[in-house]
Each structure stands twice: as C-alpha cells, then as structure tokens.
Design a protein around this ligand. Structure first.
Ligand SMILES: NC(=O)c1ccc[n+]([C@@H]2O[C@H](COP(=O)([O-])OP(=O)(O)OC[C@H]3O[C@@H](n4cnc5c(N)ncnc54)[C@H](O)[C@@H]3O)[C@@H](O)[C@H]2O)c1
Ligand SMILES: O=P(O)(O)OC[C@H](O)CO
Length: 353
C-alpha cells in the first residue's frame, strides 16, 4: 500500500536502468525508478523470488504487501541486466559486494554509470564500496547514494531525501533526474568518501541508540549519544580525508538521526534486542536481514586503534558485543572518562580549551 501520491510528470526521460540486489533497499529503489517511468532490470540471485515479483509484483520476503508497479523486469541474469542498462544501482550487502562485481566485471561498459547504495566497509583493506567499484570496474563512472533512507518508508512514498555523491557532474545530474519525484529528493555532493563513510559509520551508533532505548536511558542520554556519535564519526572520517561539513548534511547527521531514533532501522533493532538481554547471534538470526553495523564496528575499532583516533562509543559497544563487558560497566566507564571539548572535529582545540 502507498499513500497515493501521484506519479511524477510524464515528460521525464525514460531510461533503462538496472538494480542489483533483491533485498529491502533494492526493492525500494526499483519501485521508485519504476514509478518514475523507467524500465528497471531488477537482478536478484534467487529465481523463485524473481518469479514471485514477475507474477505478483510483490517481494514478500523483504517487502511484504508492497506492490512494485511500472516496467519492472525481475531477472537472475546479471549480465543481461547490466548490458541493457544505462545506469546500474548496486544494493548488495558489503560482504558480497566485491564478489558479485568481480565475477561480472567484464559485463560493465566503458563510461557506464554505476552507483553504490550499500552502507558498509569491506574487511580486507578497509575498502568502501566506491573503492571496490573503482578497482574492479575502473572504466565505469562511479557514484554513491546515501542518506536517511529507510526502505520501509520509501516504499510507502513517505517524503524522503538522499544524497548522490560523484566526481562527475553528469553522474550527479543523471541520478537526480532518474530518482527525483514528488516524494523523493536527491541532493548532490562531491565528497564521495565522506558521504559513503557517514552511511557506514552511523550504523554503529544506531546499535548504541537501540541499546540505550531498551535500557530506558532517557531522552537526554539519546541526544548525548547521537551528538557525541556525530563528533566521533566525523573525527574518524576527517582523519581519513573526508570533509567535516559532509557530516552536517543528510548523509551525516540526517542519516544518524533517522537510524538512531527509529525502530524501523535494523541496526537499531539489533541494539534494542541486545539491550533486552538477547545475545548477538540470536538477534541477527531473528532479524533475518542485513545489519551492516555489526561488521563495521569491528573494522572501525581496529582502524581507529591503528591510526590513533579516540572513539569511546565504538570501543564501548565493541566491548559489549564482542568482549565480556557488561552494559552497565561500559556506561560507567564512558560517563567517568575525561571530559572533552564539544564540536572538536570542526573547531581547532586551541579555540575551546
Ligand atoms: N533497507 C534499508 O532501509 C537501506 C537503506 C539504505 C541503504 N541500505 C543498504 O543497502 C544494502 C543492502 O541492504 P538491504 O536492506 O537491501 O538488505 P536486505 O537484508 O534487505 O537484503 C539483502 C539482499 O542481498 C542479497 N544478497 C546477499 N548476499 C548476496 C550475494 N552473495 N549475491 C547476491 N545477492 C546477495 C540477499 O539475497 C537480499 O536480496 C546494505 O548495505 C544496507 O546498509 C539499506
Ligand atoms: O535498517 P538499517 O539500520 O540498515 O538502516 C537503513 C538505512 O541505512 C537508513 O538510512
């Protein structure tokens, strides 16, 4: 069911696009593109699922009850989908991202636009998805889409904004044109690394926020966690070359707010389950969908230690999920640690000390 908002103007260019990945977000983006009048080659690995979408227009495993209208062509033939598409959107979890792209790398054309929708980090070498695309299909023009984009709201046509980050202005304009409609706005940024890193990092703080909610820590605590999460993730990203201002935008604070305040976020739900006493393994099994934050947490903790960046929330969550620390012991340690300066990731230390 949708809220009945009308389709966009009929004079929009109709393009052939591909969406790779038949999960929640692939389905949401395929739906937006289909409603915008584009032909969507919708690739998923499971033939039974493709057949279901073909015949019923519903992806019941990931988006039950949501009809995907328009010119949607579900397929399990990735080569065919990519060869027909002017632009390819990739919504495959980070753990499988490189394998799928590498196995099909020769199918992508010179100059073809490929946009990652994935919010994760590859374990080996701490690579972001745009870096994987750059390595595997360097002849393509690459972009990253990230922002406060809960798939379960987008499929209901709830008002949403996102960010397309790309160096090539033509890529940014194309994506804005293809996806933009009455309920979906696409803002542009050139800071690919910052936009992408923000999308991956916020998942960690969504787990923290879910945990805090389960423990009834209160609204002040929630605001503190979100704001200090923003400081921490910005400090880390800036040390790796991202623009701090990116974190003030939709892909930064925007996505952080939505995932840290909504039980529709899978990462938040994992934190909530752990906060209620469930063990991590059971919580993940029960979720049945990807929660990238649990993998990102391990990678970021290791990286932060290697480059000497202070990330107390990352360290505390890691100790809860993967160490033997109790939640209360970690909270006590965080609350009694050295009291720091605010917005230190933007203001030089000398101004605030
Ligand atoms: N769901 C959202 O609200 C949302 C919003 C923005 C970004 N994202 C990001 O999009 C990415 C995908 O998430 P999702 O929500 O669609 O996940 P999901 O758990 O809903 O679905 C994952 C999909 O990936 C497929 N998949 C898993 N391993 C695969 C493999 N080896 N080869 C091919 N396909 C494989 C699964 O079959 C499934 O279709 C994640 O990085 C997520 O952070 C999700
Ligand atoms: O459900 P989550 O926690 O993966 O979050 C989904 C999106 O990233 C929100 O922007």
């Amino acid at each position: 069911m949708t809220n009945g908002r009308s389709m966009p103007e009929s004079n929009k260019p109709v393009a052939e696009v591909a969406v790779l990945g038949g999960g929640s977000f692939g389905t949401a983006m395929a739906k937006v593109l289909g409603e915008n009048g584009h032909r969507v080659h919708f690739w998923m690995r499971d033939e039974a699922q493709a057949q279901e979408v073909r015949t019923t227009r519903i992806n019941s495993r990931y988006m039950p009850g949501i009809e995907i209208t328009g010119d949607i062509l579900p397929t399990t033939d990735l080569a065919d989908a990519v060869s027909k598409a002017e632009l390819v959107f990739v919504a495959i979890p980070s753990k499988a991202f490189r394998t799928v792209i590498r196995e099909n790398s020769e199918k992508f054309r010179e100059g073809q636009v490929v946009v990652s929708l994935t919010k994760g980090i590859e374990a080996h070498g701490f690579k972001l998805m745009s870096e994987i695309l750059q390595e595997e299909i360097p002849r393509c023009r690459i972009g990253v889409l990230s922002g406060p984009n809960l798939a379960s709201e987008i499929v209901n046509q709830d008002l949403t904004a996102t960010v397309i980050a790309a160096k090539d202005p033509d890529v940014r304009h194309k994506v804005q044109q293809l996806l933009g409609c009455e309920y979906f706005r696409v803002y542009a940024n050139v800071d690919i690394y910052g936009v992408e890193l923000a999308g991956a990092l916020k998942n960690i703080y969504a787990i923290v926020a879910g945990l805090a909610a389960a423990m009834n820590m209160g609204e002040n605590a929630n605001a503190m966690l979100i704001t200090r999460g923003l400081a921490e993730m910005s400090r880390f990203a800036v040390s790796l070359g991202a623009n701090p201002m990116t974190f003030m935008g939709l892909a930064g604070v925007g996505d952080l707010i939505v995932t840290c305040t909504s039980s529709k976020s899978r990462n938040y739900r994992i934190g909530y389950a752990v906060g209620q006493g469930q063990n991590l393994e059971d919580a993940v099994a029960e979720l049945g969908q990807v929660a990238e934050g649990i993998y990102t947490l391990e990678l970021v903790k290791k990286k932060a230690e290697a480059i000497g960046i202070y990330m107390p929330l990352v360290r505390g969550l890691y100790e809860i999920l993967y160490g033997n620390s109790s939640i209360n012991a970690v909270i006590k340690s965080l609350m009694t640690s050295v009291q720091n300066s605010d917005v230190e990731f933007i203001l030089p230390r000398t101004i605030v000390e």
